[in-house]
Design a protein around this ligand. Structure first.
Ligand SMILES: [Zn+2]
Length: 402
């Protein structure tokens, strides 16, 4: 499975993946998913919001145990974020069949569409739509960098955009959703464990900072006469780093757009996108308001106008304690008594977090020795991936089998 997925959407220059929603690479990943479902004799479904499902047993029976993740990527992403969860789900099912497991509940494997939000700027669109956390009206407004709207992109890829929207009937069939994911940090490496259980997802959001100054000639405009928004922006980037470090949080300006974007022109507009996350809401509020306050001072200093817009926000997600404890019990039972499975918080958002408002969800993390993610250097050792599959199979067996 890993070898088949490897070449899809891989950029020859960077070696990273560009599997963006509703593009050719996304379609190839989707074709692969459907083929995996069919070769295993599973019932394949594409839902209204572009999420793919592979069912063992009758979905209508209810109380289903669902596992899976996503196959799309960030720009120049790694091989593991998303695909490890989907591949491990199919491998765990194969493992359960080789154990002759008797299923008492329906089981499904899911590939959520557009998890990373790389193309339209909003993460977890597939699960947000299904859970009713993204309205149809708001989804229709989403546009990519070329001005293509989400409905246009869906239509071009052969998906009916008029079908999108909340899907409570589908979610009502699910008793538990467990997502396996490569760890996006080094907690497991530091603790010496192959697999961990998620405790919570930090609250996180995206803010757009528009610094508007005055375009002018880079050669003839005296420094004192300039209203250069790049200066205010640059100082704000440093402020973000400072505020985050003070609070034990993270804050990143990773995307920027400049107008007119000429080498010999002072910019008229610098638009920077801030991503910030913290362990709790109050800390996150402090960090972002601190950055905004600093940005306003820098803007005033340079005669620049500043507008800040919050583009998305996801509150803290505490994974359901009963399911989390059940999973810890299952994994503890399968291992030697002294081998603990650590419980970790994470700064990364996931479909499991979005769905936790509607259904019981949980996550397993697989060790990432460098902690690097959203980069071609993202990695998990084969032994650790196998340990993840075994742990997932144990969990699914404990939840779904007699
Ligand atoms: Zn992911």
């Amino acid at each position: 499975m890993w070898r088949e997925l490897q070449p899809i959407g891989r950029h020859p220059g960077s070696g990273g993946y560009r599997r963006f929603a509703w593009t050719g690479a996304d379609r190839d990943c989707r074709d692969w998913f459907e083929e995996q479902a069919r070769t295993r004799g599973l019932t394949y479904e594409l839902d209204r919001n572009g999420n793919q499902w592979a069912w063992l047993g009758d979905p209508a029976a209810g109380d289903a145990v669902v596992t899976g993740s996503h196959l799309d990527s960030v720009p120049d992403g790694g091989a593991f974020d998303g695909p490890l969860g989907v591949v491990s789900s199919f491998a765990a099912l194969d493992e359960l069949r080789s154990r002759n497991a008797e299923f008492a509940k329906p089981l499904a494997i899911v590939n959520f569409g557009d998890e990373e939000g790389a193309r339209f700027g909003l993460a977890c669109v597939g699960s947000r739509l299904a859970a009713g956390e993204l309205t149809v009206e708001a989804a229709r407004q989403l546009r990519d960098g070329d001005g293509v709207s989400l409905p246009q992109a869906m239509e071009a890829a052969g998906h009916d955009p008029d079908a999108i929207g909340a899907d409570p009937e589908r979610l009502a069939r699910i008793g538990a959703f467990v997502e396996l994911h490569v760890e996006q940090g080094r907690a497991l490496d530091l603790s010496g464990d192959r697999v961990g259980i998620a405790s919570a997802i930090w609250p996180h959001g995206r803010w757009r900072f528009d610094f508007r100054g005055e375009a002018n000639h880079a050669g003839t405009t005296r420094l004192v006469d300039r209203r250069d928004p790049m200066l205010s922006y640059a100082e704000t980037v440093l402020a973000a780093r400072r505020e985050a470090a003070l609070a034990g949080a993270v804050a990143t300006f990773g995307k920027i757009a400049v107008e007119p974007n000429g080498v010999n022109a002072i910019p008229s507009l610098v638009r920077g996108w801030l991503d910030s996350r913290a362990a709790d809401q109050a800390t996150l509020d402090t960090v972002v308001s601190g950055i905004e306050k600093a940005a306003r001072e820098y803007a005033d200093e340079h005669g620049v106008q500043l507008d800040v817009v919050r583009e998305s926000f996801t509150p803290v997600v505490e994974f359901e304690h009963a399911l989390r404890d059940e999973i810890a019990r299952i994994l503890g039972r399968e291992k030697e008594a002294d081998l603990k499975v650590p419980v970790l918080g994470t700064g990364a958002g996931h479909d499991a977090g979005i769905l936790s408002g509607s259904i019981p969800t949980a996550m397993l993390f697989v060790r990432n020795p460098t902690g690097v993610s959203h980069s071609p250097a993202e990695y998990a050792a084969e032994d650790d991936c196998v340990a993840g599959v075994t742990a997932l199979a144990d969990v699914l067996e404990g939840l779904a089998c007699t």
